[in-house]
Structure formats: structure tokens, C-alpha cells
Design a binder for this molecule. Sequence first.
Ligand code: PLP
Length: 381
Amino acid sequence: MNAALPLGAIEPQIDDRIYVTQPHLAPLEEFIPYLQQIWDSKILTNAGPFHQQFEAALCKYLGVKHLALFTNGTLALLTALQALRVTGEVITTPYSFVATAHSLVWNGIKPVFADIDPHTLNLDPAKIEAAITPQTTAIMPVHCYGKPCDVEAIQKIADNYNLKVIYDAAHAFGVQTETGSVLEHGDLAVLSFHATKVFNTFEGGAIICQDARTKQRIDHLKNFGFVDEVTVVASGINGKMSEINAAFGLLQLQHIDEALAKRARVDAIYRERLRDVRGIRCLPKEGQKVANHSYFPILVGPEYPISRDALYQKFRDRNIYARRYFYPLISDFPIYRGLPSARQDNLPVARAAAQQVLCLPIFPALTDDMLDRIIGIIADT
Ligand SMILES: *Cc1c(COP(=O)(O)O)cnc(C)c1O
């Protein structure tokens, strides 16, 4: 960009780039009255009126009893581990975004990677059980792509071995199983409202918990440990969501159902038109009474004419930015690969998935023309 040019003088670029996602934003004019209220009240943060309203609105929308808002999902994960005083070793998946394992390391906890199930790509309960040692205190599974983990089997293991369960539910906004919100499972579940997620507040996150006492402890922890002006009960952090983000979240919530319906349509078109492409496998839909279609992963198998990486590159050459979520595995990053559980033969299923997966663009504004371009490239290879 030429710094000497005023902004208005820059030629608009003709741009046909398609990214893996695009944030869904409520109309700007609808947000102005919220901003006016903040400017009038001068309450910018510290559990102000929008923060409180947004917590209540989310509980209602998601069908959960207690929820604490955070600045982002990573601080919520860090605080969730603190809230339950987790120490020692925690069993988790290598097939996730790095923040899952980072949150353990920031708490001085040793991540122990267990392998995933080839059908759901979520932690395999049998592999969790095999990874338990006397130091294990908790399990941190991920509802990968919003597909529910085997919550019953995981709870059974947790009960048998007296372990806590903290779900990284960053992908699982609004997902329901036959028994209700998937976020009600485990001791705690953590959401992310990052710009790239199904539901965004620019940045944001939340912890869902099961009782008012835990919610209170989490509220203290996210505000430096303050209980009142002169009482500090823990070495808390600053994890509070601001009034701007909370106000925007309230507005976003009014538009989320429409956004989810548009995603469902894109998902259905992909499934229909990729069904007969040899070597391309879509993940099964089972286990979700209400899905959120947060991602559209395909697995590029050996029967497909070119490799996953060649297809990824072919997309890029045509301005389509599909993403290899999740490659590399967390356990393959230099900071983790020295761990005994990170060794090659411990994680064969996760390794195979990381070599084959490609997440196709999915977002509410994805047009039929864009879908034609994307599907055409896969089908014509
Ligand atoms: C996005 C994401 C996070 C981190 O959330 P932020 O809000 O970006 O901090 C954690 N875990 C998973 C699986 C994610 O996808």
C-alpha cells in the first residue's frame, strides 16, 4: 500500500479469494444504539449491564444453567483448569488447535496425548483409559468440528478413576445431543467466540459450569481473585469480557439462527455433491440432534488422484484458502514432541487424519457460485 495515498484514493482490488471462513456480522447500524448506551453509562467493563445480560441470554439460548464470559477462549481454558485446581497429568487429544495443550502447560500440567477415534476424530475412550497413571487428575477432550465426544464413556472413565473432565468446546456452540446441550457434559466446558468461530464477539469465550458456587469461583478468578474491594481469594487473572464485546454478542445472538441455517445448507450441498467423488470422505453426521456446521472437513484418501497437499495447493493456486485443520498434530510441534505420549506409534489414527484432512470453506455468505468453484476443483481433479 502506498502510504502517500489517502485511503479513498486506493483502487478497490478485484478479489475472488475465498477463505475457509468469513465472520458473520450483524448490520453495523443495529450496533450503534448499543454503543450509545455504553457512551452514556460510561460503564466499559467489570461485569457491567451488557456483560450480565449477555450471560443470561447465552444461558437461555444454549440451554445451560451457569456461564461465565471471558476475553477469549484461551483465558477461559486457563481459568477452567485453575477453577478445578487441576495438577499433574491431563489426558488430551493431539488433534486440536494448539491452545488446548498450551492451556495445560501454562498451568504447569503435563499433557498426555491419547489417540483419536477414526470415525469421529475425537478422543477414543479406550485410549484415554490406557493412558491413565497415578499422576492423572483430569481429561481434556475436544468436541472436534462440533461433533460431540463419546460423553457417556468419558464420564464413566472419569467416575471410575476419580478424574475431572474439562471439555474444550470451542467448536461446539449450540450443539445438542439427544439429551440436550453438549455443553452440559463434563465438570466444565469452554467456548470460544473468536472471529473465526461459528458465533463471534470479535474475541471472546466462556466457561459453562454446573453449579452457582463454581460459577462464583470462576467469576473471582477472572477478576484477579477479588471478592470485594479489600478481599482477594486467589491469584486470579484479568479475563473479563468488555462491555463492547458483550453488547455485540447480544446483538449477534439475534442473528445466529439465520447464520446457522445458511451453514446447514452449505453442508448439505457439499455432502450431496461430494458423495460420489472417489477417494473423498466426509465425516458422518451422527451424534448431533442439532449441529452447528462449524467446519466442513474432508478426508482425501489414497484412491483420490492427487494427495491432500497437492489438492490444498491446487485450491491456493485458484485463490481458495482451504485449511489443513489439524495439521501438524499438536504433539508434533517442537515444544511437545519430546513427550513420551507424542511418539509416532502412540498416535497412528491422529497421524493419518492429519495427513488426509482438508477443511473446505464454510460460512453463511458462501454463494452457490463459490460452491461451484470449490466443488468443481475437487470433482475435476
Ligand atoms: C479457537 C480455539 C481455541 C482458542 O480460543 P480463542 O478464543 O481463540 O482463544 C481453543 N481450542 C480450540 C479447539 C479452538 O478451536
